[in-house]
Design a protein around this ligand. Structure first.
Ligand code: TTP
Ligand code: CA
Length: 363
Protein backbone atom coordinates (compact mmCIF):
# COMPACT_ATOMS: atom_id res chain seq x y z
CA UNK A 1 0.00 0.00 0.00
CA UNK A 2 1.39 3.43 -0.94
CA UNK A 3 1.87 6.09 1.71
CA UNK A 4 -0.11 9.26 1.04
CA UNK A 5 0.97 12.67 2.24
CA UNK A 6 -0.86 15.95 1.69
CA UNK A 7 1.04 19.24 1.71
CA UNK A 8 -0.98 22.43 2.14
CA UNK A 9 0.54 25.82 1.39
CA UNK A 10 -1.53 28.98 1.75
CA UNK A 11 -1.36 31.39 -1.21
CA UNK A 12 0.51 34.71 -0.66
CA UNK A 13 -0.52 34.29 2.95
CA UNK A 14 0.04 37.63 4.74
CA UNK A 15 -1.05 39.66 1.71
CA UNK A 16 -4.11 37.43 1.16
CA UNK A 17 -5.23 38.05 4.75
CA UNK A 18 -4.84 41.80 4.21
CA UNK A 19 -6.96 41.57 1.04
CA UNK A 20 -9.61 39.64 2.91
CA UNK A 21 -9.71 42.29 5.65
CA UNK A 22 -9.91 45.13 3.12
CA UNK A 23 -11.42 43.99 -0.20
CA UNK A 24 -10.63 47.38 -1.77
CA UNK A 25 -7.05 46.05 -2.02
CA UNK A 26 -8.06 43.29 -4.43
CA UNK A 27 -6.59 43.90 -7.88
CA UNK A 28 -3.96 46.31 -6.59
CA UNK A 29 -0.33 45.42 -5.87
CA UNK A 30 -0.04 44.75 -2.11
CA UNK A 31 3.29 44.54 -0.29
CA UNK A 32 3.52 43.47 3.35
CA UNK A 33 6.67 44.90 4.93
CA UNK A 34 8.63 44.10 8.04
CA UNK A 35 9.74 47.65 8.84
CA UNK A 36 13.00 47.93 10.74
CA UNK A 37 12.30 51.40 12.13
CA UNK A 38 15.37 52.75 10.33
CA UNK A 39 14.24 55.44 7.94
CA UNK A 40 10.84 55.67 6.33
CA UNK A 41 11.28 52.62 4.10
CA UNK A 42 13.85 50.61 6.08
CA UNK A 43 13.04 46.93 6.29
CA UNK A 44 12.34 43.97 4.03
CA UNK A 45 9.36 42.60 2.16
CA UNK A 46 7.62 39.74 4.00
CA UNK A 47 5.43 38.91 1.05
CA UNK A 48 3.49 40.47 -1.77
CA UNK A 49 0.34 39.51 -3.64
CA UNK A 50 0.51 38.13 -7.17
CA UNK A 51 -0.21 41.54 -8.74
CA UNK A 52 2.84 43.01 -6.97
CA UNK A 53 4.92 39.99 -8.01
CA UNK A 54 4.27 40.93 -11.65
CA UNK A 55 6.44 43.99 -10.97
CA UNK A 56 9.22 41.82 -9.58
CA UNK A 57 8.42 42.53 -5.93
CA UNK A 58 9.43 39.50 -3.85
CA UNK A 59 9.86 38.27 -0.28
CA UNK A 60 13.16 39.29 1.25
CA UNK A 61 13.93 42.31 -0.90
CA UNK A 62 14.40 45.73 0.76
CA UNK A 63 11.12 47.68 0.98
CA UNK A 64 12.95 50.67 -0.55
CA UNK A 65 13.61 48.56 -3.65
CA UNK A 66 9.97 47.43 -3.80
CA UNK A 67 8.83 51.06 -3.86
CA UNK A 68 11.10 51.73 -6.80
CA UNK A 69 9.57 48.79 -8.66
CA UNK A 70 6.04 50.10 -8.15
CA UNK A 71 5.36 53.44 -6.51
CA UNK A 72 1.61 52.89 -6.55
CA UNK A 73 1.73 49.61 -4.63
CA UNK A 74 -0.03 49.51 -1.26
CA UNK A 75 2.54 49.04 1.53
CA UNK A 76 1.29 47.56 4.80
CA UNK A 77 3.16 46.72 8.00
CA UNK A 78 3.32 43.07 9.12
CA UNK A 79 0.65 42.10 11.68
CA UNK A 80 2.24 38.84 12.82
CA UNK A 81 -0.02 38.24 15.84
CA UNK A 82 -3.10 38.50 13.70
CA UNK A 83 -1.72 36.24 10.97
CA UNK A 84 -0.82 33.69 13.65
CA UNK A 85 -4.43 33.64 14.83
CA UNK A 86 -5.63 33.01 11.29
CA UNK A 87 -2.96 30.32 10.91
CA UNK A 88 -4.15 28.63 14.12
CA UNK A 89 -7.73 28.48 12.82
CA UNK A 90 -6.54 26.97 9.56
CA UNK A 91 -4.43 24.38 11.41
CA UNK A 92 -7.50 23.43 13.44
CA UNK A 93 -9.33 22.65 10.22
CA UNK A 94 -6.39 20.69 8.78
CA UNK A 95 -5.69 18.64 11.89
CA UNK A 96 -8.98 16.81 11.45
CA UNK A 97 -7.77 15.19 8.22
CA UNK A 98 -4.65 13.54 9.67
CA UNK A 99 -4.45 9.81 10.44
CA UNK A 100 -3.71 10.79 14.06
CA UNK A 101 -2.52 13.74 16.13
CA UNK A 102 1.06 12.61 15.55
CA UNK A 103 0.67 12.53 11.77
CA UNK A 104 0.27 16.28 11.44
CA UNK A 105 3.31 18.46 10.90
CA UNK A 106 3.09 22.22 10.67
CA UNK A 107 6.33 23.38 9.05
CA UNK A 108 5.72 27.12 8.98
CA UNK A 109 2.99 29.66 9.65
CA UNK A 110 1.24 28.63 6.43
CA UNK A 111 2.50 25.16 5.45
CA UNK A 112 1.61 21.72 6.72
CA UNK A 113 2.15 18.05 6.00
CA UNK A 114 -0.73 15.69 6.73
CA UNK A 115 -0.32 11.93 6.57
CA UNK A 116 -3.57 10.34 5.31
CA UNK A 117 -2.26 6.86 4.43
CA UNK A 118 -4.59 5.10 6.85
CA UNK A 119 -7.57 7.41 6.32
CA UNK A 120 -7.43 6.76 2.58
CA UNK A 121 -6.11 3.23 2.69
CA UNK A 122 -3.48 4.10 0.10
CA UNK A 123 -6.08 5.35 -2.41
CA UNK A 124 -5.00 8.55 -4.21
CA UNK A 125 -8.54 9.31 -5.44
CA UNK A 126 -9.70 9.39 -1.83
CA UNK A 127 -6.79 11.73 -1.03
CA UNK A 128 -7.81 13.98 -3.93
CA UNK A 129 -11.29 14.28 -2.43
CA UNK A 130 -9.75 15.17 0.94
CA UNK A 131 -7.64 17.79 -0.86
CA UNK A 132 -10.74 19.28 -2.48
CA UNK A 133 -12.57 19.25 0.84
CA UNK A 134 -9.63 20.98 2.58
CA UNK A 135 -9.63 23.75 -0.03
CA UNK A 136 -13.36 24.24 0.28
CA UNK A 137 -13.35 24.30 4.11
CA UNK A 138 -10.52 26.85 4.27
CA UNK A 139 -12.31 29.02 1.72
CA UNK A 140 -15.63 28.78 3.57
CA UNK A 141 -14.25 29.40 7.03
CA UNK A 142 -11.39 31.79 6.32
CA UNK A 143 -12.10 33.14 2.82
CA UNK A 144 -8.56 32.22 1.79
CA UNK A 145 -7.16 30.02 -0.97
CA UNK A 146 -4.40 27.47 -0.68
CA UNK A 147 -2.46 25.12 -2.90
CA UNK A 148 -2.51 21.44 -2.15
CA UNK A 149 0.03 18.83 -3.21
CA UNK A 150 -0.58 15.12 -2.76
CA UNK A 151 2.14 12.51 -3.10
CA UNK A 152 3.54 9.21 -1.81
CA UNK A 153 5.87 11.12 0.57
CA UNK A 154 6.71 14.60 1.88
CA UNK A 155 9.15 15.41 -0.91
CA UNK A 156 6.67 14.82 -3.73
CA UNK A 157 3.73 16.36 -1.84
CA UNK A 158 5.74 19.52 -1.15
CA UNK A 159 6.86 19.86 -4.78
CA UNK A 160 3.36 19.06 -6.07
CA UNK A 161 1.78 21.90 -4.08
CA UNK A 162 3.83 24.50 -5.91
CA UNK A 163 2.90 23.05 -9.31
CA UNK A 164 -0.37 24.92 -9.78
CA UNK A 165 -0.16 27.91 -7.49
CA UNK A 166 -2.34 29.77 -6.59
CA UNK A 167 -5.47 27.79 -5.68
CA UNK A 168 -3.95 24.57 -7.07
CA UNK A 169 -4.50 20.88 -6.40
CA UNK A 170 -1.92 18.46 -7.79
CA UNK A 171 -1.90 14.73 -7.22
CA UNK A 172 1.23 12.72 -8.04
CA UNK A 173 0.94 9.01 -7.32
CA UNK A 174 3.88 6.73 -6.61
CA UNK A 175 4.00 5.60 -10.28
CA UNK A 176 4.05 9.18 -11.54
CA UNK A 177 6.84 10.39 -9.25
CA UNK A 178 9.85 9.74 -11.51
CA UNK A 179 8.32 11.36 -14.56
CA UNK A 180 7.16 14.29 -12.40
CA UNK A 181 10.77 14.85 -11.35
CA UNK A 182 12.95 13.83 -14.25
CA UNK A 183 13.07 16.96 -16.43
CA UNK A 184 13.35 19.46 -13.60
CA UNK A 185 16.43 21.48 -12.76
CA UNK A 186 18.30 20.07 -9.75
CA UNK A 187 17.59 23.34 -7.89
CA UNK A 188 13.88 22.52 -8.05
CA UNK A 189 14.35 19.39 -5.98
CA UNK A 190 13.18 20.23 -2.45
CA UNK A 191 16.29 20.30 -0.25
CA UNK A 192 18.76 21.26 -2.98
CA UNK A 193 20.18 24.73 -2.34
CA UNK A 194 22.36 26.97 -4.49
CA UNK A 195 25.65 25.39 -3.39
CA UNK A 196 24.54 21.83 -4.18
CA UNK A 197 23.00 22.94 -7.47
CA UNK A 198 26.27 24.64 -8.51
CA UNK A 199 28.29 21.53 -7.65
CA UNK A 200 25.92 19.31 -9.63
CA UNK A 201 26.22 21.66 -12.57
CA UNK A 202 30.02 21.32 -12.37
CA UNK A 203 29.58 17.56 -12.56
CA UNK A 204 27.65 18.09 -15.79
CA UNK A 205 24.32 17.18 -14.16
CA UNK A 206 21.55 19.38 -15.50
CA UNK A 207 18.34 17.55 -14.55
CA UNK A 208 16.90 15.60 -11.63
CA UNK A 209 16.63 12.60 -13.94
CA UNK A 210 20.40 12.74 -14.45
CA UNK A 211 20.95 12.69 -10.69
CA UNK A 212 18.69 9.63 -10.48
CA UNK A 213 20.77 7.76 -13.04
CA UNK A 214 24.13 8.92 -11.64
CA UNK A 215 26.44 6.50 -10.00
CA UNK A 216 25.90 6.76 -6.25
CA UNK A 217 29.66 6.41 -5.63
CA UNK A 218 30.41 9.58 -7.58
CA UNK A 219 27.64 11.44 -5.74
CA UNK A 220 29.04 10.30 -2.40
CA UNK A 221 32.54 11.32 -3.53
CA UNK A 222 31.41 14.88 -4.09
CA UNK A 223 28.73 15.33 -1.42
CA UNK A 224 29.70 12.87 1.30
CA UNK A 225 27.75 9.78 2.36
CA UNK A 226 24.67 11.39 3.85
CA UNK A 227 23.97 14.04 1.24
CA UNK A 228 25.13 11.84 -1.66
CA UNK A 229 22.75 8.99 -0.77
CA UNK A 230 19.96 11.43 -0.08
CA UNK A 231 20.37 13.03 -3.53
CA UNK A 232 20.24 9.67 -5.27
CA UNK A 233 17.06 8.65 -3.45
CA UNK A 234 15.31 12.02 -3.66
CA UNK A 235 15.95 12.24 -7.40
CA UNK A 236 14.12 8.93 -7.76
CA UNK A 237 11.22 10.32 -5.77
CA UNK A 238 12.05 8.27 -2.70
CA UNK A 239 11.67 9.92 0.72
CA UNK A 240 11.03 7.91 3.84
CA UNK A 241 10.97 10.79 6.31
CA UNK A 242 7.91 10.54 8.54
CA UNK A 243 5.26 13.19 9.04
CA UNK A 244 5.56 14.02 12.70
CA UNK A 245 4.46 16.58 15.15
CA UNK A 246 7.02 19.32 15.61
CA UNK A 247 8.31 20.17 19.00
CA UNK A 248 6.41 23.12 20.37
CA UNK A 249 3.37 22.21 18.31
CA UNK A 250 2.17 19.58 20.72
CA UNK A 251 -1.12 20.02 22.40
CA UNK A 252 -3.12 18.77 25.30
CA UNK A 253 -6.69 17.75 24.69
CA UNK A 254 -9.69 16.11 26.31
CA UNK A 255 -13.03 15.20 24.81
CA UNK A 256 -16.23 13.78 26.34
CA UNK A 257 -19.72 12.73 25.32
CA UNK A 258 -22.53 14.72 26.94
CA UNK A 259 -25.09 12.80 29.05
CA UNK A 260 -27.62 13.78 26.37
CA UNK A 261 -27.51 15.83 23.17
CA UNK A 262 -28.00 19.43 24.19
CA UNK A 263 -27.68 23.08 23.24
CA UNK A 264 -28.16 24.29 26.79
CA UNK A 265 -25.14 26.25 28.02
CA UNK A 266 -25.85 25.44 31.69
CA UNK A 267 -25.89 21.74 30.97
CA UNK A 268 -22.78 21.69 28.84
CA UNK A 269 -20.57 23.99 30.91
CA UNK A 270 -20.08 21.58 33.88
CA UNK A 271 -18.79 18.90 31.47
CA UNK A 272 -16.48 21.46 29.91
CA UNK A 273 -15.35 22.46 33.39
CA UNK A 274 -14.24 18.92 34.19
CA UNK A 275 -12.37 18.66 30.90
CA UNK A 276 -10.66 21.99 31.61
CA UNK A 277 -9.59 20.64 35.04
CA UNK A 278 -7.99 17.62 33.38
CA UNK A 279 -6.22 19.76 30.82
CA UNK A 280 -4.80 22.10 33.47
CA UNK A 281 -3.63 19.15 35.57
CA UNK A 282 -1.87 17.68 32.57
CA UNK A 283 -0.25 21.02 31.67
CA UNK A 284 1.06 21.42 35.21
CA UNK A 285 2.35 17.83 35.23
CA UNK A 286 4.24 18.49 32.03
CA UNK A 287 5.47 21.88 33.23
CA UNK A 288 3.99 23.80 30.33
CA UNK A 289 1.77 26.79 29.77
CA UNK A 290 -0.32 27.39 26.63
CA UNK A 291 -1.35 30.24 24.33
CA UNK A 292 -4.16 28.76 22.28
CA UNK A 293 -7.49 27.57 23.56
CA UNK A 294 -9.77 25.54 21.32
CA UNK A 295 -13.30 24.41 21.88
CA UNK A 296 -14.19 21.29 19.92
CA UNK A 297 -17.84 20.61 19.23
CA UNK A 298 -19.33 17.52 17.64
CA UNK A 299 -22.96 18.12 16.85
CA UNK A 300 -25.75 15.54 16.84
CA UNK A 301 -25.27 15.13 13.07
CA UNK A 302 -21.65 14.07 13.79
CA UNK A 303 -20.12 17.19 12.27
CA UNK A 304 -16.98 18.47 14.03
CA UNK A 305 -16.52 22.18 14.49
CA UNK A 306 -13.92 24.14 16.36
CA UNK A 307 -13.68 27.62 17.84
CA UNK A 308 -10.42 29.03 19.10
CA UNK A 309 -8.81 31.94 20.77
CA UNK A 310 -5.18 33.02 21.15
CA UNK A 311 -4.29 34.44 24.56
CA UNK A 312 -2.12 37.55 25.07
CA UNK A 313 0.46 35.47 26.93
CA UNK A 314 1.06 31.82 27.76
CA UNK A 315 -0.71 30.69 30.94
CA UNK A 316 -1.74 27.51 32.72
CA UNK A 317 -4.52 28.98 34.82
CA UNK A 318 -7.85 27.30 35.30
CA UNK A 319 -9.87 30.51 35.51
CA UNK A 320 -8.49 31.90 32.27
CA UNK A 321 -9.08 28.62 30.48
CA UNK A 322 -12.58 28.40 31.89
CA UNK A 323 -13.65 31.93 30.98
CA UNK A 324 -12.33 31.51 27.44
CA UNK A 325 -14.17 28.24 26.96
CA UNK A 326 -17.31 29.80 28.38
CA UNK A 327 -17.14 32.59 25.83
CA UNK A 328 -16.32 30.26 22.92
CA UNK A 329 -19.26 28.04 23.88
CA UNK A 330 -21.65 31.00 24.12
CA UNK A 331 -20.51 32.27 20.72
CA UNK A 332 -20.97 28.80 19.26
CA UNK A 333 -24.47 28.37 20.68
CA UNK A 334 -25.51 31.78 19.41
CA UNK A 335 -24.53 30.87 15.86
CA UNK A 336 -25.62 27.24 15.79
CA UNK A 337 -28.96 25.56 16.17
CA UNK A 338 -28.00 21.87 16.14
CA UNK A 339 -27.62 20.11 19.48
CA UNK A 340 -24.16 19.13 20.74
CA UNK A 341 -23.25 15.48 21.17
CA UNK A 342 -19.62 15.59 22.25
CA UNK A 343 -17.55 18.44 23.55
CA UNK A 344 -13.79 18.88 23.83
CA UNK A 345 -11.03 21.20 24.95
CA UNK A 346 -7.62 21.53 23.40
CA UNK A 347 -4.76 23.81 24.34
CA UNK A 348 -1.76 24.40 22.10
CA UNK A 349 1.17 26.75 21.58
CA UNK A 350 2.78 25.04 24.57
CA UNK A 351 5.74 26.67 26.28
CA UNK A 352 7.92 25.26 28.98
CA UNK A 353 7.57 26.93 32.32
CA UNK A 354 11.22 27.39 33.18
CA UNK A 355 11.28 28.31 36.85
CA UNK A 356 9.75 26.34 39.69
CA UNK A 357 8.55 29.58 41.28
CA UNK A 358 6.35 30.35 38.31
CA UNK A 359 5.03 26.81 38.31
CA UNK A 360 4.24 27.00 42.00
CA UNK A 361 2.17 30.12 41.44
CA UNK A 362 -0.25 28.13 39.33
CA UNK A 363 -1.44 26.01 42.24
P1 TTP B 1 5.53 31.61 1.67
O1 TTP B 1 4.65 30.42 1.72
O2 TTP B 1 6.95 31.42 1.25
O3 TTP B 1 4.94 32.71 0.68
P2 TTP B 1 3.46 33.23 0.47
O4 TTP B 1 2.45 32.42 1.21
O5 TTP B 1 3.42 34.69 0.74
O6 TTP B 1 3.28 33.05 -1.09
P3 TTP B 1 3.05 31.73 -1.95
O7 TTP B 1 1.71 31.91 -2.57
O8 TTP B 1 4.15 31.76 -2.96
O9 TTP B 1 3.14 30.55 -1.02
O10 TTP B 1 5.56 32.29 3.08
C1 TTP B 1 4.43 32.35 3.94
C2 TTP B 1 4.41 33.66 4.70
O11 TTP B 1 5.60 33.78 5.46
C3 TTP B 1 4.37 34.88 3.80
O12 TTP B 1 3.03 35.24 3.46
C4 TTP B 1 5.06 35.90 4.61
C5 TTP B 1 6.03 35.13 5.48
N1 TTP B 1 7.41 35.27 4.95
C6 TTP B 1 8.23 36.24 5.50
O13 TTP B 1 7.83 36.96 6.43
N2 TTP B 1 9.49 36.42 4.98
C7 TTP B 1 9.98 35.67 3.95
O14 TTP B 1 11.13 35.84 3.51
C8 TTP B 1 9.12 34.63 3.40
C9 TTP B 1 9.59 33.78 2.25
C10 TTP B 1 7.85 34.48 3.93
CA1 CA C 1 2.48 30.13 1.16
Amino acid sequence: MSRIVIHVDMDYFYAAIEEREDPSLIGRPVVVCMYSGRGEHGGSVSTSNYTAREYGIKSGMPCSRAIKLNQDAVFLPVRKEFYTEVSDSIMEILRLYADSDESFEQISIDETFIEVTANCNGDFECARKLGEDIKQKILEKEQLTCSVGIGPNKLIAKMASSENKPDGLTVISENESSSFLKDRFPSQLWGVGDVTAARLEKMGIKTVGQIASSDIVSLIDVFGKKKGSWLKKAAQGIDESPVRQREGSEQIGRIATLPENSSDHDLIMPVLDNLADDVIRKAIERGVSFRQVTLIVITSDFKTQTRNHTLQRAVAEKEILRSNLDKLLKDFLEENKSAIRRIGVRVAGLQEVSSQTTLASYF
